[in-house]
Design a protein around this ligand. Sequence first.
Ligand SMILES: [Zn+2]
Length: 82
Amino acid sequence: MPIYEYELVEGESCRACGGHFELRRPMDRPELTACPLCKKPVRRVISAPNTPRVAKPLSVSDAKKAGFSVLKRRDKGVYEKL
Ligand SMILES: [Zn+2]
């Protein structure tokens, strides 16, 4: 189930949700328009779903561990698989 990130449209503070929260919702549910806790209007924060936030930039080895193929740009239009 994807995790969606929401923030309050107006104001930053909310005692119930902190003004910013993440919610796990089924894909087929309609977009959330109000905080389920305080009922204030919210908007979705667009971020890559299911991607844990990383404080530091990913290194090549981290990316490989996560199952990515790491491509390095060598020349115009030429990528080398590392
Ligand atoms: Zn709230």
